[in-house]
Design a protein around this ligand. Structure first.
Ligand SMILES: [Zn+2]
Length: 128
């Protein structure tokens, strides 16, 4: 879909800090993380609203998020990986996975830009 930033990332027109990928999904670091390791999991097929995905697509996306959450939990020091969906920022369905140590940390208002070097460092930690 034109003008969708995630579709542009999927077409490699915009770079991203990729963490994981399979045939139907891509996971990459949020450049405005709530906490270090904050990752977005997106279906490769453009769909605006998460709950407009078919049952199969929805289930596969959730399973993809589970895979990525396991990677985050193993490589980033945190008690849990929090899950968030609101979808007002980018109109391409996506799941936020945020390493957290307490519930209050799962707060989109805490999101702030992270510099590329730090993002690269986290990407290396998650993919090496
Ligand atoms: Zn899109």
């Amino acid at each position: 879909m034109e003008n969708c930033i995630f579709c542009k990332i999927l077409k490699q027109e915009i770079p991203c800090f990729k963490i994981w990928e399979d045939e139907k999904h891509l996971a990459f670091l949020d450049v405005n993380p709530v906490n270090p390791g904050h990752t977005l999991v997106v279906p490769k097929k453009h769909e605006d609203y998460l709950f407009d995905l078919s049952d199969k697509e929805y289930t596969e996306l959730m399973l993809a998020a589970k895979n990525v959450a396991k990677i985050l939990k193993k490589r980033i020091s945190c008690k849990r990986v929090g899950v968030g969906v609101e979808g007002f920022g980018v109109s391409h369905a996506h799941i936020h996975l945020v390493p957290i140590n307490k519930a209050k940390e799962l707060n989109p208002e805490k999101a702030k830009p992270m510099d590329k070097e730090k993002l690269k460092e986290i990407q290396n930690k998650l993919t090496s």
